[in-house]
Design a protein. Structure first.
Length: 216
């Protein structure tokens, strides 16, 4: 029962629709009616510009961090898992809240930013690898969705390799959860995957620094 309190609080925090609230507050625009129709940071950046898109992304990341390292430490009583596992579970519930927010009819973002926030607090080294992959993909292709998918799968692969090849140890529960999150993020990006395969996915040419530097 005590575990349910943590999950309810984290869901409600994760469900806060950053893109919709900031879009309406500062631009009078509902981002769900424009661009990809997604209530996430990438669409907010595309529709509203970086001055709104960046704060949206930061807020989405903050939701994951806060639930993992803040809410998980609240004194809601004894729970049947250790502190590390509870932190991961709280972050996962925040991701679910972000994707299916009760406040706006369960039409939210795709969970990448909030998941990144949770993982940065619970698995910083794998996240650092994932950010590197994301940056490489972004600077070479300008495709945010492609970078997000690759980064999502980099985390569990990194955890597995670190556990096997180094003295660093991550709990098996974290490996299972990051695999599930990667699969979940892949499912939420299924339309993007189709557009990528068709060559129709929208990109951000200004972020393709590789082409600007090399002229190709």
């Amino acid at each position: 029962m005590n575990l349910a309190f943590y999950f309810v609080v984290c869901y409600l925090i994760g469900a806060f629709p950053s893109a919709v609230v900031l879009g309406r507050l500062f631009r009078g625009v509902d981002v769900r009616q424009h661009g990809s129709g997604n209530a996430g940071g990438t669409n907010a950046w595309r529709v509203l510009g970086w001055k709104i898109g960046l704060p949206v992304m930061l807020l989405d990341v903050a939701k994951g961090v806060f639930c993992a390292v803040g809410v998980s430490r609240l004194p809601f009583g004894a729970v049947p898992v250790d502190a590390g596992t509870l932190a991961v579970l709280c972050g996962v519930v925040a991701v679910i809240g972000h994707v299916f927010p009760v406040y706006i009819g369960f039409r939210g973002g795709k969970g990448v930013g909030t998941a990144a926030g949770m993982l940065s607090a619970t698995a910083p080294i794998p996240v650092a690898f994932a950010l590197g992959i994301f940056a490489i993909c972004l600077f070479t292709s300008g495709c945010v969705s492609c970078g997000s998918l690759l980064a999502a799968w980099t985390v569990p692969i990194s955890i597995l390799l670190l556990n096997r090849l180094t003295s660093i140890r991550h709990p098996i529960a974290l490996l299972v959860i990051t695999l599930a999150l990667a699969a979940f993020i892949t499912i939420t990006h299924r339309k993007n995957i189709v557009r990528i395969l068709q060559g129709k996915e929208k990109t951000f040419p200004k972020l393709q620094l590789w082409r600007r530097w090399t002229g190709h």
